[in-house]
Write a protein that binds this ligand. Structure first.
Ligand SMILES: Nc1ncnc2c1ncn2[C@@H]1O[C@H](COP(=O)(O)OP(=O)(O)OP(=O)(O)O)[C@@H](O)[C@H]1O
Ligand SMILES: [Mg+2]
Length: 283
């Protein structure tokens, strides 16, 4: 039932045109031979080493890999917060020149304005988008509802638990309704039940709103449950190790999560992450 996994990075499906050909306004992310180095005291550290990866419109791609393999750096480039040292990152065919309202970002370290309530934090991004007040309110309320914070809309972040703060940060990104969602371990701080609920909500809104999602996680189950492709990265230097197809139907259900097909691909991803992260003689 499950297609055997691919052993290399795959381009977007053939029916998608190359970035240069694209006339569609819909979004897509393309990392083209991206290298990112950071200067060290006496040397240069290569965080990302010739990473190429195409994410098709409306695709849901998850990224797993050992700590320090460059996952957040990769996502920050698509967000326009970090520039490649060489190569380029395209969103909808155009080089990323900085952050934009077309891309909603949820950071690994959630950042809320401590002096604003949950509602005002969520509305903040909408103010920048120049929407009428009534529409801002409607969208903020809907997003707050989705993450289960309706009873805390008027609370300040300092009165919330870590998981609730993270849900507030998620609501802020959802409210802007971006075509591209860039999510860096967004559910990491959440309890198992909330996590499963938010995974299902995310999949539901992804389908409804026809978004493209790039989602980083340490959780292999989560990576497989959400994605149509899982990118396994390797460290030292950070690079794409494997890209695995998740040939399971949407909507994803509890039945799928418990199926032998799911287990098989989860094991394949786990194996891929585990074995490539063993220390090598070179360190
Ligand atoms: N601004 C920076 N200056 C120097 N080195 C950096 C900088 N940002 C990231 N790095 C290095 O680049 C590598 C990749 O970092 P990154 O945060 O992308 O890893 P990650 O895969 O997201 O790790 P984790 O799973 O722990 O979040 C790390 O070794 C990190 O120390
Ligand atoms: Mg990270």
């Amino acid at each position: 039932m499950i297609d055997k996994t691919s052993l290399q990075d795959k381009s977007s499906p053939e029916e998608k045109t190359s970035p240069e050909d694209r006339t569609s306004p819909e979004d897509k992310i393309s990392f083209q031979d991206v290298v990112k180095t950071f200067p060290m005291k006496d040397s240069t550290f290569t965080a990302l080493d010739h990473v190429s990866l195409d994410i098709a419109d409306r695709e849901f791609v998850t990224v797993v890999g050992p700590s320090g393999c460059g996952k957040s750096t990769l996502l920050s480039m698509a967000a326009g917060l970090v520039e490649p040292t060489s190569g380029q990152v395209l969103v909808d065919g155009a080089p990323v020149a900085g952050p934009g309202p077309d891309r909603g970002v949820i950071f690994q370290q959630y950042a809320l304005f401590p002096w604003l309530t949950v509602r005002d934090n969520v509305e903040f991004g909408l103010k920048l988008a120049d929407l009428p007040a009534a529409e801002r309110k409607r969208r903020a309320e809907h997003a707050i509802d989705l993450v289960g914070l309706a009873d805390f809309a008027d609370s300040l972040p300092k009165t919330l638990s870590g998981g609730m703060k993270q849900r507030c940060a998620i609501a802020r990104a959802y409210a802007v309704n971006p075509k591209v969602l860039l999510m860096d371990e967004p559910f990491g701080a959440l309890d198992a039940l909330t996590r499963v609920q938010l995974q299902d909500q995310l999949l539901e809104t992804w389908r409804q709103e026809q978004r493209t999602v790039l989602f980083i996680t340490h959780d292999v189950d989560e990576a497989v449950y959400l994605a149509s492709r899982v990118v396994v990265m390797a460290a030292r230097p950070g690079r794409v190790h494997r890209v695995l197809d998740v040939d399971l139907p949407y909507p994803r259900t509890e039945e799928i999560r418990l199926s032998p097909e799911f287990a098989a691909i989860r094991n394949e991803v786990w194996h891929s992450v585990y074995h490539q992260s063993q220390p090598t003689p070179a360190g």
